[in-house]
Design a protein around this ligand. Structure first.
Ligand SMILES: *[C@@H]1O[C@H](CO)[C@@H](O)[C@H](O)[C@H]1NC(C)=O
Ligand SMILES: *[C@@H]1O[C@H](CO)[C@@H](O)[C@H](O)[C@H]1NC(C)=O
Ligand SMILES: *[C@@H]1O[C@H](CO)[C@@H](O)[C@H](O)[C@H]1NC(C)=O
Ligand SMILES: *[C@@H]1O[C@H](CO)[C@@H](O)[C@H](O)[C@H]1NC(C)=O
Ligand SMILES: *[C@@H]1O[C@H](CO)[C@@H](O)[C@H](O)[C@H]1NC(C)=O
Ligand SMILES: *[C@@H]1O[C@H](CO)[C@@H](O)[C@H](O)[C@H]1NC(C)=O
Ligand SMILES: *[C@@H]1O[C@H](CO)[C@@H](O)[C@H](O)[C@H]1NC(C)=O
Ligand SMILES: *[C@@H]1O[C@H](CO)[C@@H](O)[C@H](O)[C@H]1NC(C)=O
Ligand SMILES: *[C@@H]1O[C@H](CO)[C@@H](O)[C@H](O)[C@H]1NC(C)=O
Ligand SMILES: *[C@@H]1O[C@H](CO)[C@@H](O)[C@H](O)[C@H]1NC(C)=O
Length: 758
């Protein structure tokens, strides 16, 4: 195609020196030959700003401006997406060869990157449809009538015509004159140059006489025929040569009905068949975008054609295939439909002379509201808000989304945790799928402890813009996701030989709470520090607390068994308030020695005397420093002592930062308590002084922290007794008991409780 244009343009350059040959890009201009006119459609995406046309012929370049277009037979029609230029085959600057071959040269001037570019275009058409004796075109901006120059004499000459003849007869000139008739009134004749000055075109082609006028000329008149508003121009063209008067009557009458939209879904246009005398039923063809179809075909497509007396009513479904839809914003979204509508009436009068009337009209519906909808497709289990915005017209785009007040432009960045996906629907709408995870920082969540209900909420404002105007409108929606029966974490606990194992199955809302051991938050660092074995997967948290690690409390110690208690606290994430706890107490076999220094000031010791038993020591006969403090329990090899720290002759030593209570398990081989220091097992509990701030003010032992105990065996390699060894058993929970605690005496750093403490 481009090649074709260029070729013809190159030939034209000989006469047409001002234009440059810039080939029109493929697809930018569509040119078509129609029955009675050229049609050029210029794609708007090709022209940045305004575009202009110039008609070109051997006389020069003629800008097609508004008034000039109406006079010369050009129509420029802005339509959605493109601009249409229609040029009558009889337009001023069209080359006409025998009313058969028409060539139209024009310049298309568009802005490209801020400068004007002129494209020279040419089109030649040979209409296949033969010309009727009379042709009337009711264009958007002009009326045109052409008649065959040799018309057989009409059978019935009307009175009006004889009236005209009088004026013709009185005319002194032999040149062609034109005389207008307005209703009953006859206006003074004017010569052709005068008429041309008044924007009338009267022309003679090879076989036809042409008359064209813009609408609203002083010589035309508006009337109503069968309830249809009509503009009529009636011109009589005559020439008197001596006693012969040549006279041609030219009438153009066009329906000026603008079309109505009655919200029944049809756009209605009407005209009347009474404008031109006819005896036959009028043949009607309907065209859209320049393509004519016959009446039955039109009716198949859903158009309704009614004839009421001579009024012709055409009803077109507003959403007919041929309609051009456009979105429009005034506050909300509206749409309107434009019909590039075309009606052809063929009328035959009593002399079988055919008149072809072609009416071009642009019909526009009123603004119809168009709603876009959003569907809530959220599935709670996915923990993602999913909203589908649907019924978005093709010429509307999603520009931004506001999520709880946070603005995100479309497209979203790849890093975004939100997604927007466009979905194209077959019914020329499209939709957008928005997904926002519940965990997104933009999502607002609210927890009601009283109702055990957790709520996520998201207010969405979609910003949509109508293209190409970029006019925005908004669609608002809110989604919520409600979780009921939300409870704080609960651990399962099981006892094992080596300690206690806790297990927590993660729930989505567990982040509302934190888990602590005492006052310390449970972290992998804390676990490592205290020797807990922790593994945390996405499903569950496993915590194994081995015996004798930090946090245990030991109770009811016997030589057979004792009880170890471990507590996990669940605190409010924000206030750190304790919400709940899991306490597990397990029995453990007393297999070896054990020392417990409780916070309430009691030392509990299980000592293993097996190495000395063989040399005659009877465990039940052993005692502490105060000899009446014997073991609570003894078996063949082991002894259990449990006594308040200050009793039984404990030696108290205040060191730097801590206080140590020491006692001794004495035995001798002769079944008597020995004074021999190498026949004693030392047991001691050490407490940090800082945690005993009340030690000297109240008569009660109360420690914030556990004591650290140790059991020291004397070095007796020859007997095979254990080398000095220590076991530290912190006792954690402050469970103070009211132990009477007498005043202590200071004695050069060694504090010894007086006799008789209990
Ligand atoms: C046409 O009519 C006008 C005004 O009546 C007159 O001035 C002019 O000379 C006429 N032109 C010709 C060519 O007769
Ligand atoms: C059609 O013509 C008939 C008879 O001439 C007349 O009674 C009727 O009112 C006309 N209808 C309209 C809509 O003009
Ligand atoms: C985002 O992802 C798309 C598709 O995966 C890729 O083509 C594009 O380059 C990415 N953009 C950035 C900025 O990473
Ligand atoms: C278009 O199609 C989609 C999907 O089938 C449907 O949800 C929507 O309602 C349709 N819209 C119109 C205007 O018909
Ligand atoms: C949206 O869908 C979720 C999940 O089905 C539901 O809980 C919620 O009530 C729905 N409605 C709104 C307005 O969010
Ligand atoms: C365990 O992992 C979950 C996520 O899988 C995390 O939310 C939680 O804080 C972790 N708990 C601990 C104690 O590290
Ligand atoms: C420890 O002994 C006391 C008194 O005999 C008893 O009440 C308590 O239940 C025992 N504790 C455990 C954990 O067995
Ligand atoms: C204690 O020892 C007995 C006998 O050996 C055994 O059956 C039991 O399982 C042990 N209990 C614990 C808590 O280790
Ligand atoms: C007691 O205090 C001394 C001196 O500060 C220190 O060396 C020692 O480790 C402490 N003992 C304990 C068990 O805290
Ligand atoms: C103390 O006992 C050890 C070991 O039984 C013994 O060797 C030592 O002679 C005793 N000392 C006294 C003073 O009895």
């Amino acid at each position: 195609m481009t090649f074709g244009f260029c070729l013809s343009v190159t030939l034209l350059l000989l006469v047409w020196s001002t234009a440059k040959c810039v080939p029109v890009p493929d697809g930018a201009v569509h040119m078509e030959c129609h029955d009675r006119y050229f049609k050029m459609a210029v794609d708007l995406s090709f022209a940045e700003g305004e575009l202009r046309f110039e008609a070109v012929d051997e006389t020069g370049v003629h800008p097609i401006l508004k008034q000039y277009a109406a006079k010369c037979g050009y129509s420029i029609v802005p339509l959605p997406g493109h601009v249409e230029l229609r040029a009558s085959y009889f337009s001023c600057h069209t080359d006409n060869k025998g009313d058969q071959v028409f060539t139209f040269n024009f310049n298309l001037i568009v802005m490209h990157e801020g400068r004007e570019v002129t494209y020279a275009v040419s089109k030649t058409c040979s209409p296949s449809l033969p010309w009727s004796p009379r042709e009337v075109t009711c264009e958007l901006n002009y009326m045109e009538v052409s008649v065959r120059s040799e018309v057989s004499c009409p059978s019935g000459t009307k009175k009006d015509d004889w009236n005209s003849l009088k004026a013709a007869h009185s005319s002194t000139t032999s040149d062609w004159q034109v005389m207008f008739h307005r209703a009953e009134e006859q206006l003074l004749p004017m010569n052709l140059s005068e008429a041309r000055k008044q924007d009338y075109v009267l022309d003679l082609t090879d076989g036809r006489l042409l008359f064209r006028t813009p609408y609203g000329q002083p010589e035309s008149f508006s009337t109503e025929v069968d309830g249809v508003p009509v503009e009529v121009v009636h011109a009589t063209l005559f020439s008197r040569q001596s006693w012969v008067v040549l006279m041609v009557d030219m009438v153009a009458a066009c329906s000026m009905f603008e079309g109505s939209y009655d919200h029944s879904g049809y756009v209605v246009w009407k005209t009347t068949a009474a404008l031109y005398p006819s005896h036959d039923a009028t043949q009607i063809n309907i065209g859209f975008n320049g393509r004519l179809v016959t009446q039955p075909t039109a009716m198949e497509r859903g158009y309704i054609i009614d004839k009421d007396n001579s009024t012709i009513l055409i009803s077109i479904p507003y959403n007919a295939e041929e309609a051009q839809r456009k979105s429009f914003v005034t506050g909300d979204l509206y749409e309107y439909y434009t019909f590039n509508f075309y009606l052809e009436q063929i009328l035959v009068d009593d002399d079988h002379v055919e008149t072809r009337v072609q009416s071009h009209r642009t019909l526009v519906t009123s603004l119809l509201p168009h709603a876009v909808f959003s569907d809530n497709l959220t599935v709670l289990e996915e923990r993602i808000f999913s909203v589908y915005l649907r019924d978005v017209p093709e010429d509307v785009e999603l520009a931004a989304v506001q999520l709880n007040g946070h603005e995100f432009t479309i497209p979203l960045t790849n890093a975004s945790m939100h997604t927007v996906t466009e979905v194209v629907q077959p019914n020329s709408t499209h939709g957008y799928s928005l997904r926002v995870p519940f965990d997104s920082p933009v999502v607002i969540n609210k927890f009601s402890k009283e109702d055990a209900v957790f709520q996520y909420s998201l207010d969405i404002i979609f910003t949509l813009t109508v293209m190409p105007e970029n006019e925005p409108f908004y669609h608002l929606t809110s989604v919520v996701a409600l979780f009921t029966d939300v409870s704080s974490p609960v651990f399962d606990a099981v006892c094992s030989e080596s300690g206690i194992s806790f297990k927590l199955d993660h729930q989505p809302f567990h982040y509302l709470w934190e888990i602590s051991i005492g006052s310390d938050l449970l972290t992998s660092e804390l676990a490592a520090q205290h020797g807990y074995i922790m593994s945390n997967s996405s499903q569950s948290l496993l915590l194994h607390v081995p015996l004798f690690t930090h946090g245990y409390e030991y109770k009811n110690v016997t030589l057979k068994e004792y009880f170890g208690t471990f507590e996990i606290l669940v605190r409010d994430h924000e206030t750190s308030e304790i919400q709940s706890s899991t306490v597990k107490t397990c029995p453990f076999n007393t297999t070896t020695e054990l020392i417990v220094c409780s916070t309430d000031g009691r030392m509990t010791v299980v000592a293993d005397l097996s190495p000395v038993v063989s040399s005659g020591v009877i465990p039940a006969r052993t005692s502490l420093i105060r000899e009446h403090c014997g073991p609570i329990e003894a078996d063949n090899t082991r002894v259990l002592f449990s006594f308040p720290l200050h009793t039984c002759g404990s030696i108290i030593k205040v060191g730097r930062g801590n206080v140590t209570y020491r006692n001794e398990i004495s035995y001798n081989k002769n079944n008597a308590v020995s004074t021999n220091t190498s026949e004693r097992v030392t047991v001691q509990c050490t407490y940090p002084l800082a945690g005993l701030h009340r030690l000297f003010s109240v008569f009660r032992f109360e420690s914030d922290a556990a004591g650290v105990g140790s059991i020291n065996y004397p070095a007796q390699p020859q007997t095979g007794l254990h080398s000095p060894k220590t076991r530290y058993l912190p006792v954690f929970h402050p469970r103070a008991q009211n132990v009477r605690f007498p005043r202590v005496q200071h004695n050069s750093g060694v504090i010894r409780g007086p006799n008789g403490w209990s």
